[in-house]
Design a protein around this ligand. Structure first.
Ligand SMILES: O=P(O)(O)OC[C@H]1O[C@H](O)[C@H](O)[C@@H](O)[C@@H]1O
Length: 550
């Protein structure tokens, strides 16, 4: 921080050294880096729990890594990390501690917020969730008419949806296949409609997931779900108790809604929405996979928490991944970051990471309250890799943009895969390895010519290569490995926010749209004159009313 109270990251000696180093590296070529160091492929790797992280295919040298680590030291990433783990209020704009790591702390751990150990409360809720999940799974929990539950519908949005929805997909092979879980998030009535239209209300349990219990989409859907249930069952409000539970920090609002707070699973304001999936917000997943598997997942989180907390900078995987992102975003002008899982089960993983990363680090005001003069969080995107290969990989390979990418794959298919499908796994993974190879090393014009390609087509068939990727490989996608992966990204995002000097744990940028939606609604429904509507929006609202025949 300077004397005037402003942090000028891009004027620090560490930043300047990196910029100079970047210039000196010039057109750094991965082919040359590998040619110069035969041990690079094996040397630029890390092991974190079950995750093998290969970062050899990056536009970096030992010197780059050294300078990046100096930037991390100068910005005191580890100091802020320790403050987070200690329960200090590092979310300064909301004056809150940031303790998602306490959600997976061991039963005997001590983590204090305002002088109080929060770990016992965490485990009390986990135990209550476990007992409830077992009741639903065993059929002991009965609906209003005495039938057992066959479908669980989680109603929530953002952090109260993306985590459990992603993990339910990811761990499908570990779920009780007799018990389905569906997820409703969108305020578009179509979402709830499609989720319930073929359900038997008597066998349906709704989980209303909302940290604040004020989110309009969730409360609207929850109210509609309650109306649907009571109409289907032809029952009075006393039927609600057997079919609705709540996950929230706000007991008062839960009670106002009509859910018995005995059926509420609590969490706390030191858990951010996008970091809440391993809190009570994970109840739908716990019902699906069972409490033991859920706890295995928490242990996976804990493995990476411990690694992040204790591993030295040289071998600290979240630090490294965060620094690589800084390298490309701030010194190569990369605008986006692709996450490409080679696992169908991780089809929602990148969507989950979008909130984690973009809501955390999509900021342009520094922790010092001043605008930042450097690029912050990237656009995060991606879908399962093989599908992407036949869609947008063209742009990654031959477009004009630099897109660093993470490739995530597994050596083993899931255990219960139909035996006839097991052999497809090697083909899937052959694509995985082929792509990172092609991205890194490309195909030179001479190599294209050697195949007898006509000269006029040579430029088109040339691959420049040099597209950086990280490969994350694990044996199998288990609950623990999923927890490890999520924690890896949580802490990577943390590292970047720390370096960029932004508050990764607030989300003021989502507020304005909410306020304006409330204000504009009467203009749509009643044609009301709404103060402050700009000319474009006013005309669009008029068009909307005309199209709706109002
Ligand atoms: O869980 P809730 O309080 O309903 O919040 C749901 C989501 O909406 C908010 O607008 C925030 O942007 C998200 O961080 C949050 O996860």
């Amino acid at each position: 921080m300077n004397a005037d109270g402003r942090t000028r990251l891009n004027q620090t000696p560490e930043w300047t050294s990196l910029a100079k180093h970047r210039e000196e590296l010039g057109e750094v070529r991965l082919r040359e880096l590998f040619a110069a160091d035969s041990g690079r492929g094996a040397g630029y790797t890390l092991q974190v729990g079950d995750l093998h992280v290969d970062y050899s295919k990056h536009l970096i040298t030992d010197e780059t890594l050294r300078l990046l680590r100096e930037l991390a030291a100068a910005t005191d990433v580890f100091g802020l990390r320790d403050a987070m783990f200690r329960g200090e209020k590092i979310n300064t704009t909301e004056d809150r501690a940031v303790l998602h790591t306490a959600l997976r702390a061991a039963r005997d751990a001590v983590v204090e917020v305002d002088g109080e150990n929060v770990v016992p409360a965490v485990h009390t809720v986990l135990d209550k969730m476990s007992a409830f999940a077992e009741k639903v799974r065993s059929g002991e929990w009965r609906g209003h008419t005495g039938r057992r539950i066959r479908t669980v519908v989680n109603i929530g949005i953002g952090g109260s949806d993306l985590g459990p929805a992603m993990a339910y997909e990811a761990l499908r092979s570990f779920t009780d296949r007799e018990l389905a879980v569906r997820f409703v998030s969108n305020v578009d009535g179509a979402d709830l409609h499609e989720a319930v239209r073929d359900l038997d209300a008597a066998e349906t349990l709704f989980i209303i997931a909302s940290k604040t219990f004020t989110t309009i989409e969730t409360i609207t859907n929850a109210t509609s779900a309650r109306d649907w249930l009571l109409a289907e069952l032809k029952a009075g409000p006393d039927a609600v108790a057997a079919h609705f539970v709540a996950l929230s920090t706000n007991a008062e609002k839960v009670a106002d809604f009509g859910i018995d707070t005995a059926n509420m699973f609590a969490f706390w304001d030191w858990v951010g929405g996008r970091y809440s999936f391993d809190s009570a917000i994970g109840l739908s997943l716990m019902i699906a996979i069972g409490p033991d598997r859920f706890r295995e997942m928490l242990e996976g989180f804990r493995i990476v928490d411990e690694h992040f907390r204790t591993a030295p900078a040289e071998s600290n995987a979240p630090l490294l991944m965060g620094l690589l992102g800084v390298w490309y975003g701030n010194f190569f002008d990369a605008q986006s970051h692709a996450v490409l899982p080679y696992s169908h089960y991780l089809s929602r993983f990148t969507a989950y990471l979008q909130q984690l990363d973009m809501e955390s680090n999509g900021k342009s005001t520094g922790r010092d309250g001043h605008p930042v003069d450097w690029q912050t969080g990237p656009v995060v995107w991606g879908t399962p890799g093989t599908n992407g290969q036949h869609a947008y990989y063209q742009l990654i390979h031959q477009g004009t943009k630099l897109i660093p990418a993470d490739f995530i794959g597994f050596a083993e298919p899931v255990e219960d895969l139909l035996p006839g499908l097991v052999s497809q796994h090697d083909l899937l993974m052959a694509n995985f390895f082929a792509q990172t190879q092609a991205l890194a090393f490309g195909k030179t014009p001479d190599e294209v010519r050697a195949e007898g390609v006509p000269e006029e087509l040579v430029p088109h068939k040339t691959f420049m290569g040099n597209h950086p990727t990280t490969t994350i490989l694990a044996r199998e996608l288990t609950p623990s490995v999923l927890g490890q992966l999520i924690a890896l990204y949580e802490h990577k995002v943390f590292v970047q926010g720390a370096i960029w000097n932004i508050d990764s744990f607030d989300q003021w940028g989502v507020e304005l749209g909410k306020v304006l939606a409330k204000r504009v609604e009467p203009a749509l429904t009643e044609g009301a004159e709404v103060a402050g509507l700009d000319e474009s929006t006013r005309a669009l609202v008029a068009k909307y009313r005309e199209l709706r025949g109002r």
